[in-house]
Write a new protein. Structure first.
Length: 282
């Protein structure tokens, strides 16, 4: 089975630490049989803004039109995402959180999340780097994880097996830049200071583990859906469309009727359950 893993770097610096980490994870993923990889640097694409809340994708979600509110390169990346089977997301810590480039990109995903949710059940791993070991990496991993879970993607952790590895991240690879604030020019060994991360062996180990795990799980998920899928009636996944809403409402009603869940009613300014209100007062 052949699959594709897409790596996305949200750093504004080309060929820096984040690029290094994402490409290392992709290299690890490519060692798994049948895995193709592609690297995307957001800084190479033209972005005019984040979501402008025009509401056009709310009214008419379309995987053909994608984002129509801003005319830039965003849809070029979205098309690649729809075709991919798994992801590596990398973003450095900027002012205790995501970079502007990453935030603009992720905020523009509502146009596909409101449609057939093509990223649902696709695994994603997270990589980040900060100036010091506790320099906001955990928060930045969480900042990436929340929108991924909002789109029903499947986060992949670092699988730490000891405290040393765990110090470089549990929910993702959390690296440090030991030479900060010297981030340009040459480092102490005469190499490019933009990739200080290569000295953080624990974080690089996590990058490799995450790359392998994302590739493995992408293959497992794809293979699984060939056996259990909506066609044979064993699952409603991978696609949950807006037409399923009535079925969900019918199921909730059946559940409420079965358990005889009390209705919530208002008594003055207080909301309470029907059984706790005297029948005459109700």
């Amino acid at each position: 089975m052949n699959i594709k893993i897409l790596g996305i770097s949200g750093s504004p610096r080309k060929n820096g630490n984040t690029d290094y980490m994402v490409q290392l994870a992709l290299l690890a993923a490519s060692q798994i049989k049948g895995v193709e990889t592609e690297f995307i640097r957001l800084a190479d694409y033209k972005y005019l803004s984040g979501c402008v809340a025009c509401g056009r994708c709310d009214r008419d979600p379309s995987l053909e039109k994608l984002c129509v509110g801003v005319k830039d390169d965003h849809n070029l990346i979205l098309k690649k995402e729809i075709e991919a089977n798994g992801f590596i997301w990398g973003c450095p810590v900027y002012f205790s959180g995501l970079t502007a480039q990453f935030k603009m990109w992720i905020d523009r995903h509502e146009c596909i999340d409101l449609g057939s949710q093509p990223l649902r059940n696709k695994p994603v791993g997270f990589l980040t780097i900060g100036a010091c070991r506790s320099g906001g990496q955990a928060q930045t991993i969480e900042d990436m994880m929340r929108p991924a879970m909002m789109m029903d993607m499947i986060p992949i952790g670092a699988g730490a097996v000891n405290s040393a590895q765990a110090s470089a991240g549990i929910h993702g690879a959390c690296a440090i830049q030991p030479g900060w604030p010297e981030t340009n020019g040459k480092d102490i060994l005469g190499k490019d200071a933009k990739t200080w991360v290569r000295y953080d062996r624990l974080a690089l180990q996590n990058c490799i583990v995450i790359g392998e795990r994302v590739a493995e799980m992408a293959k497992v998920i794809e293979a699984g859906f060939t056996l259990v899928n909506p066609e044979n009636g064993e699952t409603r996944w991978p696609v949950h469309t807006l037409s399923d809403d009535q079925a969900c409402l019918d199921l909730v009603k059946e559940y409420e009727d079965t358990l005889k869940i009390p209705k919530i009613v208002r008594k003055g300014s207080i909301l309470t359950y029907q059984p706790f209100i005297d029948s005459e007062e109700a």
